[in-house]
Design a binder for this molecule. Structure first.
Ligand code: B16
Ligand code: MG
Length: 227
């Protein structure tokens, strides 16, 4: 098992880790579900967290047995509609939307020479990083449109490590979605889950909040976990 001092890079999910735009994704999807007369439930909401746009639409449609009711072109149109709503909602995003503890953590990582990249399923990641004014920390953002298999497949985390010139086992991945943790684990990086321990129980290390993200906490839990 890799030691903490062999780690060179940190791979970040975006929504739920650097900022909480999940509420906007959820609002935008609910508008589409309402339009299609699909019932919006907390379970449905949990299931779509962290998934790509078209995978999300398929899950929403399947919840009512509608998966084959729409053509590919109609699905692309619906996904585009959702994205238009979403983009309007995030237009006002600013540095005030960074999650607690994130700036201190990014500073700590930078000062200690760790490499950092974004491994988000969102096509809007570059826009959000810019609005959050985090561009200096993240010149490396995986272009999800060029990734063949979405989370829970390992591709996006493997690509993020590669962009840093590292192998996945030299990296830690941080994600708030069940599919994201699966993606990190399959890539062979060490996974940190932020949020509900029950949902994220497959993570190597769990924290309740982004406030807990410090190198000391990670190292402490590492030793516990791999003791
Ligand atoms: P978009 P993450 C994910 O971002 C969101 O959690 C998920 O809800 C969204 O459907 C997905 O991005 C795609 O986003 O529609 O903007 O391309 O958590 O992987 O940073
Ligand atoms: Mg997320």
């Amino acid at each position: 098992m890799v030691q903490f001092n062999e780690i060179r890079g940190f791979l970040f999910d975006l929504n739920g880790i650097l900022t909480d735009s999940w509420i906007y994704h959820s609002q935008a999807w609910k508008q589409i579900a309402d339009k299609l007369n699909i019932k919006w439930t907390p379970q449905l909401e949990e299931e779509i967290k962290g998934r790509s746009r078209l995978d999300t639409l398929d899950i929403i449609l399947s919840s009512m047995g509608y998966k084959d009711k729409y053509t590919k072109a109609e699905k692309i149109q619906l996904a585009q509609e959702k994205n238009n709503v979403y983009q309007t909602l995030i237009d006002k995003m600013s540095p005030a939307d960074r999650l607690p503890g994130i700036m201190q953590f990014l500073e700590q990582l930078t000062s200690q020479g760790y490499r950092m990249a974004i491994a988000s399923a969102s096509e809007n990641a570059p826009k959000e990083i810019e609005k959050l004014q985090l561009t200096n920390y993240f010149p490396n953002i995986v272009d999800i449109t060029k990734i063949e298999h979405n989370k829970p497949a390992p591709d996006v985390y493997l690509k993020a490590a590669e962009m840093l010139g590292l192998t996945a086992n030299q990296c830690v991945g941080i994600d708030d979605g069940e599919v994201g943790i699966e993606s990190i684990n399959q890539a062979g990086a060490i996974s940190i889950g932020i949020g509900d321990l029950q949902v994220l129980k497959a993570a190597d290390i769990n924290f309740a909040s982004t406030k807990d993200l410090t190198l000391a906490n990670i190292q402490h839990n590492w030793n516990d976990h791999h003791a």
